[in-house]
Design a binder for this molecule. Structure first.
Ligand code: GFB
Length: 393
């Protein structure tokens, strides 16, 4: 996917200018209540989407317009992140049903120099970063490339120690407004997302305002139409090497990454297990067969960052006359849109990528479940050892 390059900027500028001349467009009006701006500088798509919902809730709580940041992507071998305009993947209009938003490039082109003059560009962070006295908002990748995309340099730092992003909590929104009134601070520009990870429970429902762009949706629909006639089940297999390594820490992190989506935010439904994070092939086959049987599905769609297990799953489901498919070329957003539209979805509870499809389906009232959940008690090492001895006897 192409980034926000020079040709794109020139084209957009000409397009907006033509609209102004033909349609009497008078440009963006300044929001006197101010703006929230941030760099989605942590993680990949799943993490950024969690943060986006939090930032949307935060901007609403503060009654400031949310500046929609581009999505930050990384290409192997490229030392600088690529910034993909927000509306490449999502429509802007549905978000406005919840709150005021503006695309970042539009804000910078039309209001950047007046609302947020260069000499007033202050970076917000909780505490100083990188052993320095300031936010160092442009230090490292993707921080520098992100702000460079819009020609932003900061002249100072502001630490908001003592304040949190939880505007659902007591009078936190008032505290922000008292300390940073929009008349004096028209733009709160955050070094990272003003949101927690994983997404706070209160903000999960905001997902209903995230609708795929036509470009993503059309690719997903084309693929769905190519599947055999009948229902399909969508499954997410997160099994790349980064994930295998991450799952090794599951016992020390009982609510790792997105795990609260099934375990509860206070581990009400148990602690993360290895099977929950990295389900074995037998766990996958057992659950998949059960769901296929219950729904009468004709096919299975597999989304994966690494091994789709197509031959292995096809073999297991042959007797049930169910075929197994993946989308090519690999495209994370199209994969998610296809998962979001299946008859039933089985995701990985720990993965924030999986969590995106679960939230989209929850908003639409579609059913989903997770690998290895509800939890079965994992055998302790002692029990397994004694079981092995027993078999040997
Ligand atoms: O989205 P994400 O933060 O989810 O990062 P997790 C995983 C990335 O892997 C996605 C790719 O953004 C995609 O680029 N990916 C994962 C996939 N699943 C699929 C898939 O089904 N199809 C395609 N096409 N691509 C965690 C991070 O990833 O992984 C943590 O949250 C950490 O920060 C950990 O990096 C190791 O939550 O799954």
């Amino acid at each position: 996917m192409a980034g926000w390059d020079r040709a794109g900027s020139v084209f957009a500028y000409c397009f907006i200018l033509t609209l102004c001349l033909l349609g009497g467009y008078e440009g963006l009006e300044r929001d006197q209540n101010g703006y929230v701006m941030y760099c989605p500088c942590m993680g990949r798509f799943g993490n950024q989407a969690d943060h986006f919902l939090g930032a949307l809730g935060f901007a609403k709580g503060l009654n400031r317009t949310l500046v929609l940041p581009p999505w930050v992507e990384y290409k192997p071998g490229n030392p600088r992140s690529i910034q993909v305009p927000f509306n490449t993947y999502f429509k802007v209009e549905p978000l406005t049903k919840f709150h005021r938003v503006v695309l970042m490039h539009q804000f910078m082109e039309e209001l950047g120099s007046t609302v947020w003059p260069q000499e007033e560009r202050i970076a917000f962070c909780y505490v100083p970063r990188h052993n320095s006295e300031g936010c160092n908002a442009k230090e490292g990748n993707p921080f520098g490339p992100f702000w460079d995309t819009f020609g932003v340099d900061f002249v100072g730092s502001e630490f908001y120690r003592g304040l949190t992003y939880d505007v659902h909590y007591q009078n936190m929104a008032d505290k922000w407004s008292d300390l940073y009134p929009p008349s004096k601070w028209p733009v709160l520009a955050f070094t990272g997302a003003p949101a927690s990870f994983p997404v706070q429970e209160n903000n999960r429902g905001l997902h209903k305002y995230l609708e795929w762009s036509d470009a993503v949706l059309n690719k997903a629909k084309k693929f769905i139409n190519s599947l055999p006639y009948g229902h399909y089940i969508g499954i997410h297999l997160r099994n790349g090497v980064d994930w295998v390594r991450a799952c090794e820490h599951v016992h020390h992190s009982p609510n790792l990454f997105a795990a609260p989506q099934c375990l509860g935010y206070r581990n009400e439904h148990g602690k993360a297990t290895t099977e929950l994070c990295l389900p074995s092939f037998s766990t996958i086959v057992k659950k998949l067969k059960r769901v296929v049987k219950a729904t009468g599905a004709a096919s299975v769609f597999v989304a994966s960052d690494s091994d789709h297990l197509i031959p292995e799953l096809s073999k297991e489901l042959r007797k049930m006359k169910v075929s197994v498919h993946k989308h090519e070329p690999a495209d994370p957003h199209v994969d998610l849109a296809i998962l979001g539209r299946s008859k039933h979805y089985i995701g990985n509870c720990v993965s924030s990528f999986s969590a995106f499809a679960k939230r989209e389906r929850d908003a639409a009232g579609f059913p989903s479940s997770f690998w290895a959940f509800p939890l079965e008690k994992e055998k302790s090492a002692k029990q397994s050892a004694s079981a092995t001895r027993h078999i040997e006897l």
